[in-house]
Design a protein around this ligand. Structure first.
Ligand code: THU
Length: 283
């Protein structure tokens, strides 16, 4: 499958290329779609979506999302030879509208941007909400696909890690670290470093956050994100011991966000932090 992403709105929203591709994969997996489809998605403003709405739907006002389906029948009927993807359709999303709607619903812009994409994509796949019974099917699918996504921004996650940092017990190093683990069902668990007069017994923030998560019944595959923060020059990166624990308790596809108090943020992964890790397969 392929996603052609165009961002006419603002480079700030470039990250949605990756997010939308992941949502497209998730949707296709859920609907067991195997054909090699391409979807084109454009991020535009209210003025542009107003023009499109007027020209093609004869509705003289801006809207949040418009999709144009290019195929009447999806899957099964379409036999694809070779590796050329069939264009399923185009989705136009007004970021202006998404910003307005996120504010009025009181949820994050990311939640709204993801909702609009999945909504548009389901339209391309033949779903609609004209009749009540169709609406129930389409809306419950949307909910199901969006469930398990984390809609907090990196900045919001670092804010949570800063809250955790306030709980650090550091009479020896005075170096406070805060961490948070976010689970796929939207819960989060804090961790801070807790020190001891017997120095080797000091426990890091990241491990505390992970253990805290496990102690609430969650396992590796339930986890989506780990974020950490400290008062460092560059972002704070996990120590070697934490990397070893992360590589066992944190999922490989999970996102790790490192930050500092000055607002610097970097994203990394288990693989990047600890390549060639020693694990149970080595025993
Ligand atoms: N520390 C963490 O909590 N996480 C890290 O990744 C680096 C180090 C803590 C351990 C100790 O309490 C203090 O920072 C100084 O090493």
């Amino acid at each position: 499958m392929q996603l052609e992403f165009e961002n006419e709105y603002n480079p700030k929203y470039d990250e949605y290329e990756k997010i939308y591709l992941a949502l497209m994969k998730k949707t296709f997996k859920r609907l067991k779609i195997k054909a090699d489809y391409e979807v084109d998605v454009s991020l535009i403003n209210n003025e542009r979506i107003h023009e499109i709405n007027k020209e093609y739907r004869h509705i003289d006002r801006p809207t949040d999302v418009i999709s144009f389906a290019f195929l009447d029948e999806v899957e099964g009927e379409v036999k694809i030879k070779g590796s050329i993807p069939t264009l399923l359709g185009e989705i136009f999303i007004s970021v202006d509208k998404a910003l307005e709607q996120a504010k009025s619903y009181g949820h994050s812009i990311k939640r709204e941007m993801c909702f609009l994409f999945v909504h548009g994509l389901l339209h391309l796949l033949g779903y609609d909400h004209m009749k009540k019974e169709d609406e129930v099917v389409m809306f419950s699918l949307q909910e199901e696909i969006l469930k398990g996504e984390v809609f907090m921004t990196d900045e919001e996650l670092i804010e949570l890690a800063k809250e955790a940092r306030k709980l650090a017990y550091t009479p020896y190093s005075h170096f406070k670290v805060g961490a948070v683990v976010v689970t796929k069902d939207g819960n989060h668990f804090l961790g801070a470093n807790i020190e001891n007069a017997s120095y080797p017994l000091c426990m890091c923030a990241e491990r505390n956050a992970l253990y805290h998560t496990y102690m609430n019944g969650y396992k590796k595959d339930d986890i989506a994100i780990l974020a950490l923060v400290a008062d460092t020059e560059d972002v704070c990166s996990p120590c070697g011991a934490c990397r070893q624990v992360i590589s066992e308790l944190f999922p490989r596809e999970g996102k790790i966000i490192m930050g500092n108090l000055k607002g610097k943020i970097k994203e990394t992964s288990v693989e990047e932090l600890l390549p060639f890790a020693f694990d149970s397969s080595d025993l």
